[in-house]
Design a protein around this ligand. Structure first.
Ligand SMILES: NC(=O)c1ccc[n+]([C@@H]2O[C@H](COP(=O)([O-])OP(=O)(O)OC[C@H]3O[C@@H](n4cnc5c(N)ncnc54)[C@H](O)[C@@H]3O)[C@@H](O)[C@H]2O)c1
Length: 434
């Protein structure tokens, strides 16, 4: 047995030696093969100008990434909103507090390179009241900027005709919906305009509180940025002139106009509460009298009243003594201000209006100059709680939003006349009246 064991261990020892020798030989072979293949690879590279082609390829790739801005850069706000949107897909359980921790401030998003896969995405934006006067102009601007736009409107004072030119555009959607009922959508930004803005309409449909509450709830749920279109009416019959954002106002809480004035004040309160209590990103615009094409023809607002009356050859109706003042801003100026506010970093409130101040009688004169110099003026008793004067102080918007209106009344008025003429002509033919 011992003999047998000795023989077998000798055999295994020999095998080890053989395999060690074989391994050594293989290593030597590999080394020498590698040594031979190195000059061969270099030769291969230099043959047929292969190295030149590789270098040219690298150069083209680098140039593409440096010069293509949408691939190499995204703006801070786009990054934030892109993140907030992606968070919205995580579902309802995400609270705004989660958002606060998930979304670093814009200082973390200084302009920088990003991989092509994170290419800038189009913003998806809701405009409530988007079929109305201001809303439809805002939609035009957002679509022109390349955003996806969803309009929510119940057509109480809005008209499909105001947005019909977008119907063929796949980036545009229109939903008939009353904002006093909740709705669930996935969007990045909410411009909340839905609310009748003229005295003849808002008395019958005060949507401010419930509509704003629902839209703030939506903003909180999906982490969207929310902009409220408030009004200079929050200053009531002002005791400070011109009105700054710091002025708290002088509003009759039980008057005929108070459903609108106090409704907007409550909407502002809700907006700030959602901001403070639930970290919703909000913006507040206080809009002063705005005019332009697509205003309702007979809604009791002074510019549309005068223009329609002058075109129909009726007397211009002045309420009270006509010495009360207002400031009139052309709609494109307002739209620029709203977009600057939404895109900017400041909550507000911001006055958005044209500080040019006119008495009602002066306005009537401008309308006569523009449309019909033979138009007459008819005085009527003034309406209840009509503010004596209104003029925005816009220094805050100038400084922080870099915004100010560009179009004076005498330039803006003619721009709405042809739209009004067409609609009044169609109305007389029985086609256009709502
Ligand atoms: N135009 C101005 O001079 C002015 C001044 C101050 C504030 N604002 C504010 O700007 C916003 C837009 O005003 P506008 O002049 O375009 O008025 P508008 O009446 O032309 O537009 C309001 C739009 O909201 C829609 N709407 C009303 N109630 C709704 C509801 N419950 N659900 C869904 N849609 C509804 C209407 O159908 C209409 O399309 C309003 O919030 C208004 O208070 C306007």
């Amino acid at each position: 047995m011992k003999q047998l064991h000795k023989q077998s261990s000798a055999v295994s020892h020999r095998r080890d030696e053989e395999s060690a020798t074989a391994g050594g030989a293989a290593k030597t072979l590999k080394h020498s093969a590698a040594a031979r293949s190195l000059p061969r690879s270099i030769n291969y590279l230099f043959k047929e100008q292969r190295l030149l082609f590789i270098l040219v390829g690298i150069l083209i790739g680098a140039t593409f990434f440096i010069l293509q801005p949408s691939l190499s850069r995204i703006s801070p706000s786009d990054t934030t909103s892109a993140l907030s949107r992606s968070s919205s897909f995580r579902g309802e359980s995400i609270t705004s507090r989660d958002n606060q921790f998930s979304f670093p401030t814009t200082s973390h998003f200084k302009v920088g390179r990003v991989p092509a896969a994170l290419r800038q995405r189009r913003l998806r934006i809701v405009v409530t009241g988007g079929a109305g006067f201001v809303g439809s102009h805002l939609v035009d601007k957002l679509i022109e900027r390349g955003n996806d736009v969803i309009v929510i409107d119940n057509f109480f004072t809005g008209r499909k005709e105001n947005v019909v030119h977008h119907f063929v555009n796949p980036r545009f959607e229109l939903i008939r919906h009353d904002v006093v009922e909740p709705i669930l959508l996935e969007v990045d930004q909410i411009y909340h305009l839905a609310c009748p803005a003229s005295p003849v309409h808002y008395k019958y449909n005060p949507t401010n509180v419930m509509g704003t509450l629902n839209m703030l709830g939506l903003a909180k749920r999906i982490g969207a940025r929310f902009l409220l279109t408030s009004t200079s009416e929050v200053y009531g019959d002002p005791l400070e002139h011109p009105q700054k954002e710091t002025y708290w106002g002088n509003v009759n809480p039980i008057g005929e106009r108070s459903c609108y004035d106090e409704g907007k004040r409550t909407a502002e309160t809700l907006t700030m509460d959602y901001h403070r209590g639930a970290d919703v990103e909000v913006r507040i615009a206080r809009i002063f009298n705005t005019y332009g094409p697509r205003m309702c023809l007979d809604d009791g607002r002074v510019v549309s009243n005068f223009v329609a009356q002058a075109i129909r050859k009726e007397a211009l109706t002045v309420y009270g003594d006509g010495k009360q003042t207002r400031s009139f801003q052309y709609v494109s100026d307002l739209v620029d201000g709203l977009v600057a506010l939404m895109d900017g970093e400041h909550v507000g409130p911001f006055n958005l209006g044209n500080p040019g101040e006119f008495t009602m009688l002066e306005l009537a004169e401008v309308v006569k100059e523009t449309i019909d110099s033979s138009a007459t003026i008819e005085f009527r008793p003034n309406t209840a709680d009509d503010p004596h004067k209104r003029k925005p102080d816009i220094s805050k918007a100038k400084e922080l939003l870099n915004w100010q209106p560009k179009i004076p009344l005498r330039e803006g008025l003619p721009l709405m006349v042809s739209d009004f003429r067409n609609r009044i002509l169609n109305e007389d033919e029985g086609k256009g009246r709502k």
